[in-house]
Design a protein around this ligand. Sequence first.
Ligand code: PLP
Length: 322
Amino acid sequence: MGMESKYIWMDGELVDFGKATLHFLTPALHYGVGVFEGIRCYTTERGPAIFRLKEHTERLIDSAKILGFRELPYSAAEIADAIRQTVAANGFDECYIRPLIYLTGGGWNLTVDAGRAAVGIAVWQWDNYLGEEALERGIRANVASFTRLHPNVSMTKAKITGNYANSVLAKTESMRLGFDEAILLDPQGYVGECTGENIFVVRDGKITTPDTSAILEGITRASLITLARDAGYEVIEAPVSRDQLYIADEVFVCGTAAECIALREVDFRLIGSGKMGPVTRDLQTQFHAAIRGKHARSAEWLDYINTGAELPLPVRAAADAG
Ligand SMILES: Cc1ncc(COP(=O)(O)O)c(C=O)c1O
């Protein structure tokens, strides 16, 4: 995966990719004290468009609040503008967008109050997060031996960088075992979510997904619930047990990076026919239409980047350019 781009936005400036570095003694690196977002920008007939930028920016600010930051250097609107500017400056038609708010300049005594929050935004091209075949064939997953975070051990509504050590433990284990993704059970033993995706089961045409008490409030999850209900499916938020995965007609996972992908096998048991099922296919198709500006919901969900507009060039990039 090439993560290169021309610029990374760092605290108000577009910095050349190679110069976007931090000091070894940045507390966020040592203690996992940062919050981030994963957002996508898609090509549409009207040019590049960012999917649900407002919701992602709000979740970023909420994550910072949950982690305890009292003051942020930028408002949600300013961060959303900086995201648009970073996408436009890098010139990608499609990209993944990674804003990060992290603790710097103090905090060795383990409080966020001793340092300050800094903000960076990177973009890169990241297709097929779960592999090229996943879209059509679906993927194989297992239930991880690691439990998802208890909501009072770490805050599961926040995309806190340190939380992702739990995802890394589970995903590394699953991939070493030959699976594509890990399913984590919550501390009560019910199905929680995957390492970077929410999970849905379909049985007798009805769609069930775990409620959000112990998991991330996924924006793709919310979008798929809306699309499913628009299309007349019944969607229930309720506890899901491990064996309810095994006997489901279909299981699918969704997230910004993964989009909407079928699980064709869980713990060596074929799900349904072992192929992507009709409900998953329907929702995947609708989701793809929505992100590309071809769905009734697109107008509400897409933020078009006007690449033709003259965006003010930030100081350092302007200096570099000439
Ligand atoms: C743990 C976890 N669950 C679910 C998701 C899916 O959330 P979203 O659809 O907002 O990307 C993500 C990805 O952000 C995640 O990291």
